[in-house]
Design a protein around this ligand. Structure first.
Ligand code: PGA
Length: 258
């Protein structure tokens, strides 16, 4: 376990809407959220809508402390990559955070650690904040391979020459068996892996960098369990899927972290 006293890291809550919400639904969500939470909350809150709603949500977030997130990016600046979105396009829409290596991308779109590495470099280059997702499958956990899988995901994600603002990188531990299943990890299970991730980051960078990086938990987070995760020493916030789609529920999660 990572033994140091918890350093001051601002809590971060990220709504990952996945492939949900049209432009109209996105705007309705944000209006409803603002109704329940009219003043800026203490935790940093990021809304990651589908690409098609980024512009509209960006306009809606103006004047608030809520931040805009994207769910993926390509790593090249431009070119013949039909259907892809360049990091510059995200920067152009004032995107602050970019989720990378989500397990659904790894699973359904064969995204590799090498691609995550390319994307991480591109996001840092454009001075946006990457949120790198790592996590083991059920089979890997049963076979005692959790540590090895996470180690490869973390080390390969940060391989090569990284830009200097790497300290901003956010990590998200999302065990695959907990995503969208209603079966979350226990807070102590999550803390155990997350403290391992912090030790790995200390190995790769140094103690100071590892101590400043925020590491989130994700996987069946709800208003019922949110607080139990963020009260763990090394857990700095939450990546929320299903429970972020509905404003009232998401607001309860934000409140429980405050
Ligand atoms: P979930 O998804 O909260 O619906 O389990 C989390 C995620 O995939 O980021």
């Amino acid at each position: 376990m990572y033994g140091d006293k918890k350093m001051e890291r601002r809590k971060l809550i990220v709504a990952n809407w996945k492939m949900n919400h049209t432009v109209a639904e996105s705007l309705k969500f944000f209006a409803a959220l603002r109704h329940v939470i009219p003043t800026d909350p203490y935790p940093e809150v990021v809304i990651a809508p589908p690409f098609t709603a980024l512009y509209a949500v960006e306009e809606a977030l103006k004047g608030s402390s809520f931040k805009l997130g994207a769910q993926n990016t390509h790593w090249e600046d431009s070119g013949a990559f039909t259907g892809e979105i360049a990091p510059l396009f995200l920067k152009d829409l004032n995107v602050d955070y970019v989720i990378l290596g989500h397990s659904e991308r790894r699973q359904y779109f064969n995204e590799s650690n090498e691609e995550v590495n390319n994307k991480l470099k591109a996001v840092l280059k454009y001075k946006m904040t990457p949120i790198v997702c790592v996590g083991e499958t059920d089979e890997e956990r049963s076979a005692g391979k959790t540590d090895a899988v996470i180690e490869a995901q973390v080390k390969e994600a940060v391989g090569g020459q990284l830009k200097t603002n790497v300290t901003d990188t956010v990590w998200a531990y999302e065990p695959r068996w907990a995503i969208g299943t209603g079966k979350s990890a226990s807070p102590s299970q999550a803390e155990e892996v997350i403290s391992e991730i912090r030790m790995l980051l200390e190995e790769v960078f140094d103690k100071s960098v590892a101590g400043q990086m925020r590491i989130l938990y994700g996987g069946s987070v709800s208003d019922k369990n949110a607080k139990s995760f963020v009260s763990q020493k090394n857990i700095d916030g939450l990546l929320v899927g299903g429970a972020s789609l509905e404003a009232e529920h998401f607001a309860k999660i934000i409140r429980s972290v405050e």
